[in-house]
Design a protein around this ligand. Structure first.
Ligand code: ADP
Length: 446
C-alpha cells in the first residue's frame, strides 16, 4: 500500500511539475518574443535615414549603435542594399515572411529558427518614408533552449518532490492503516466501533458477521442441547421400559417355575394362574401404553377444527360408570360450541386421561368438576392431591407418586406425559394447582 501511494503521488506530482514547467516555459518564451518585437519596433522607429546611408556601411554603423542587432537595408522590393552581416548585396529577400508583410502592410514580423543550434531569430521589417525597407534581427533562445535551462531547477524540484512523496506515503499509510489495524484488532468484539465515517461500512460488515456467528453458535448450542436431551431421554425411556417390564416378567417366570416344579396345592395353583394372568395383562397394557405414547410423539398429522364441547360431553358420559364404581361424582360445566384446532383423538386422550386420573386418585364421595369454555379446560378433583415437589415431575414419563408399580392404582406414569406432549403440539399451556389431601386442578389454556 505504501509503495502504491508513493508511486501514485509521485506520478501525479511529477506530471504536474512537468506540465507546469512546460507551460511556464511557453509563457515565458511568448512574452520574451513580444518584448523583443517591441524593442525592435522601438529601434526601427529610432532609425534616421539621414544619419545612416542605406548600404553595408550604414547597416554596420546602425548595428553598432544598437549593440550588435543585425541590420539589413532593402529596396522597396526586398533586394538587399546593405547588411551588418556579410549578406550578399543584391540578394533577393522578397520571399521572407517579414519582408512580404512589410511590402504589403508597411511592417512585418517573423520568427525563424536560426542556424545556431537551439536559437531562434526574431525579425522585424519596416517600410520607411522613402519606400525602402529596414529590417532588424536578433537571436533569442528557442522554447527548447529555455526548457533545457530550467532542467537543473526542475531536477531540484523533482528531488524535493520525491522526498515529500516518500514522507507523504509514510504518513498517509500510517493514518489510513492505523484505524484499519485497530478495527482488525477489535474484529472479534461484540460491537466494533470507529470514529471515522469512511470506515463505517467495514464496521457494519464486521458487526453483521459477528451477529451471524453468534446466532449460528447459539443455534448450534441449542441443537447440541436438544441432541443431548434426546439421547438422555431415549436412554431413560429404555431404562424405564425395561424396568416396568421386568417386574411382571419376573413374577410370571417365578410362578411358572413353581407350577413346573409341582407340589403346589390346588388353591396355590389357582393363585399362581391368577397372578400369571394379571401380570400378562399388565404387560399387554404396558406395551399398549408405550405404543400409544410413541404414536402421539411421532404424530405429525394435520390439525383441524374440533368440537370440544360435543367430545367432552361424550367422554364424561363414557366415564360415568367408572366414576360411580369409585363413588365419585362427575360435575360437567361444559360450554357449548367450544371449537379448538386439534385432532379428535388428541382431545379425547387429554380429557380421558385427566378425568380418569381425577377419578382414580380421588376418594369415595369425592367430586370431579370438568370445566370447558372458550379459553380453557380444567379438571378439578377432591382427591389425594399432589405434593409440591412432585408437581412438575408428574408430567415426566414413567413417573408415579406411588412407586409400587403393581400398587393400588397400577398406572405406568405415561398418561400425563401424553397430555403434556399433546398440549405442546397444539401450542396450549398446561398447569397444575394442587394441595396434598385436598385435591388437584389441571388447567389447559388454549
Ligand atoms: P398413571 O396415572 O398411569 O400412573 P399419569 O402420568 O397419568 O400416570 O400420572 C402420573 C402420576 O401423577 C400418577 O402416578 C399419580 O401419582 C399422579 N397423579 C396424576 N393425576 C393425579 C390426580 N388427579 N391427583 C393426584 N395425583 C395424580
Amino acid at each position: 500500500m505504501r509503495i502504491r501511494i508513493l508511486f501514485l503521488s509521485l506520478g501525479i506530482t511529477l506530471l504536474c511539475i512537468l506540465l507546469f514547467s512546460i507551460g511556464s516555459t511557453q509563457v515565458y518564451y511568448n512574452s520574451s518574443i513580444t518584448e523583443t518585437e517591441n524593442a525592435l519596433k522601438v529601434y526601427v522607429n529610432a532609425f534616421d535615414g539621414t544619419v545612416y546611408p542605406k548600404d553595408s556601411e550604414g547597416a554596420n554603423a546602425f548595428s553598432e549603435k544598437l549593440n550588435g542587432v543585425r541590420v539589413t537595408f532593402m529596396d522597396g522590393n526586398g533586394k538587399v542594399l546593405g547588411d551588418s552581416r556579410a549578406e550578399e548585396i543584391d540578394s533577393d529577400h522578397s520571399d521572407r515572411e517579414e519582408v512580404v508583410k512589410a511590402i504589403r502592410d508597411g511592417e512585418g514580423f517573423a520568427v525563424r529558427s536560426s542556424s545556431t543550434l537551439g536559437d531562434n531569430m526574431v525579425y522585424y521589417c519596416k517600410k520607411t518614408a522613402d519606400g525602402t525597407l529596414v529590417r532588424l534581427a536578433v537571436s533569442t533562445p528557442s522554447e527548447w533552449t529555455l526548457f533545457a535551462r530550467t532542467l537543473p531547477t526542475l531536477a531540484m524540484y523533482i528531488g524535493i518532490d520525491v522526498i515529500l512523496c516518500l514522507v507523504l506515503s509514510f504518513v498517509a499509510t500510517y493514518f489510513i492503516l492505523n484505524p484499519v489495524k485497530t478495527l482488525a484488532g477489535d474484529a472479534s468484539m461484540d460491537e466494533v466501533k470507529t470514529k471515522y465515517s469512511e470506515l463505517e461500512p467495514i464496521t457494519e460488515i464486521l458487526n453483521e458477521r459477528n451477529r451471524n456467528i453468534k446466532r449460528q453458535m447459539k443455534a448450534l448450542e441449542e441443537d447440541k442441547e436438544l441432541i443431548l436431551e434426546a439421547r438422555a431421554s431415549k436412554d431413560e425411556f429404555i431404562a424405564n421400559v425395561t424396568h416396568e417390564m421386568n417386574t411382571p416378567l419376573t413374577s410370571i417366570r417365578g410362578y411358572a417355575e413353581l407350577l413346573e416344579n409341582g407340589g403346589l396345592s390346588e388353591k396355590q395353583k389357582t393363585a399362581a394362574y391368577a397372578t400369571i394372568s394379571a401380570q400378562s395383562e399388565r404387560l399387554t397394557n404396558l406395551i399398549a401404553c408405550i405404543i400409544n405414547y410413541s404414536q402421539i410423539e411421532a404424530d405429525d398429522l394435520p390439525s383441524y377444527e374440533v368440537d370440544f364441547s360435543g367430545l367432552a360431553k361424550e367422554i364424561v358420559e363414557a366415564l360415568r360408570p367408572e366414576a360411580e364404581k369409585s363413588g365419585v361424582r362427575l360435575i360437567p360445566e361444559i360450554e357449548d360450541n367450544v371449537l379448538v384446532t386439534s385432532r379428535n383423538e388428541r382431545v379425547r386422550e387429554i380429557l380421558g386421561n385427566l378425568t380418569r386420573n381425577a377419578i382414580k386418585y380421588n376418594r369415595p364421595g369425592g367430586t370431579v368438576r370438568i370445566i370447558l369454555n372458550h379459553n380453557l379446560l380444567a379438571v378439578e378433583d377432591t382427591g389425594i392431591g399432589i405434593a409440591e415437589e412432585n408437581k412438575d415431575k408428574v408430567f415426566s414419563r414413567f413417573f408415579t407418586v406411588d412407586k409400587s408399580h403393581g400398587g393400588k392404582n397400577g398406572g405406568f406414569g405415561l398418561g400425563l406425559a401424553v397430555v403434556k406432549k399433546i398440549c405442546q403440539k397444539s401450542g396450549w399451556k398446561i398447569s397444575l394447582e394442587s394441595t396434598l389431601g385436598v385435591g388437584s386442578k389441571f388447567i389447559i389454556e388454549f
